[in-house]
Design a protein around this ligand. Structure first.
Ligand code: HEC
Length: 318
């Protein structure tokens, strides 16, 4: 030790290994760059797949939620009509008033209440439409008529969930068919059968000619989807940002660990190996405490170096 080895001999000994002056910094950087590249690629690939799956899940959840809201609205319409039928419809007769009273018609009560709601929430609606309505307010729009005709074509259908695009975004509709039971025909078959006070209010042109058990219309609840869908997208972006931030912190910690536990010791050892191979005098031994793989490697490395130096001294002595 401490002696300069003959250049020519060391060159010969290490000739199979490659360049003598390896840039250790560069090697270490390359290792870190490779590590970061692989980890980042794996993370980004995982993130893309989970973002797509999450988006699908969130959007499906948004739709389920909107449909649940539509069901609540439909139920409240049913409740209003049931209340009107039970509590209000018998009232005029009970009070000895045998004239037709509009307020006692369940469809009028529900229609009026939900029309008022629509003034506050224009995109939400609960409508009882008929292809030939008594009240022209209940005339179906084009998309509502499609729903009614859908029920007329498939009489077995009891419910339909549809979605349509509007200038204000997508709207989901939950619909049920409205079938004219025989008792409904008192007011919906011919004007002659209907209460004259009803004709006075509505005229005799509309809402008649319905057939028994005919699907005359549909109860259609429409709820906008744009806000819940936007929220679902927002939730995905938030989750991605959170995952990205956690990844950056983890990556930074991993880099620190990799640098101090692996890259730096290897770099130091490689530099010592290089110096030893070039026969530089006073190259210190690499020391590392502990029992991890690098510490074991450093022990083996020092032992190998000592053996090598001993072997070289023997060769020189011959
Ligand atoms: C006492 C007469 C009367 C009876 C009985 C009656 N309706 Fe009506 N119905 C009306 C009136 C009046 C309207 C219009 C209400 C309004 O102005 O919103 C109406 C409206 C409707 C509407 C909304 C579309 C439209 O025509 O404006 C539907 C659907 C409807 N009725 C179905 C039925 C069914 C189904 C029954 C049987 C369960 C029934 N009606 C029984 C008088 C009656």
């Amino acid at each position: 030790m401490g002696r300069r080895w003959p250049r020519i001999r060391t060159r010969f000994l290490w000739s199979g290994i490659g360049r003598h002056d390896v840039d250790h910094k560069e090697v270490a950087m390359r290792l870190i760059v490779k590590f970061n590249l692989v980890i980042t690629l794996a993370f980004v690939a995982g993130l893309i797949v989970s973002a797509l799956l999450m988006r699908e899940r969130f959007v499906a959840n948004a739709r389920t939620e909107v449909l649940a809201n539509a069901r609540i609205m439909m139920q409240s319409s049913d409740s209003i009509m049931r209340y009107t039928k039970q509590e209000v419809t018998p009232l005029p007769q009970a009070l000895g008033h045998d004239k037709f009273v509009r307020a006692a018609v369940p469809f009028f009560a529900a229609g009026s209440i939900f029309e008022d709601l629509r003034r506050h929430y224009p995109d939400y609606s609960v409508r009882n439409v008929a292809l030939n309505p008594t009240n022209l307010r209940d005339r179906p729009t084009e998309s509502e008529a499609d729903i009614v005709n859908g029920f007329r074509s498939f009489p077995d259908r009891t419910e339909m969930v549809t979605e349509r695009q509007t200038p204000n975004g997508p709207i989901m509709s939950l619909s049920r068919p409205l079938v004219a039971a025989p008792e409904c025909l008192v007011c919906h078959s011919t004007p002659a059968n209907a209460p004259s006070a009803m004709i006075d209010t509505y005229g005799s042109a509309n809402g008649f000619g319905w057939q028994p058990n005919e699907t005359v219309g549909a109860q259609i609840v429409s709820v906008p989807l744009s806000l819940p869908l936007a929220r679902a997208e927002e939730a995905v972006v938030h989750l991605l940002l959170t995952c990205g931030s956690v990844f950056l912190v983890v990556l930074a910690v991993l880099n620190l660990f990799l640098y101090y536990l692996v890259v730096k010791p290897i770099r130091d050892m490689a530099k010592i190996a290089n110096d030893v191979s070039l026969g530089k005098p006073d190259t210190p031994e690499y020391e590392r405490q502990g029992s991890d793989e690098i510490a074991t490697l450093s022990l083996s490395f020092n032992r190998m170096r000592r053996s090598l130096e001993g072997a070289l001294r023997l060769i020189e002595g011959t």
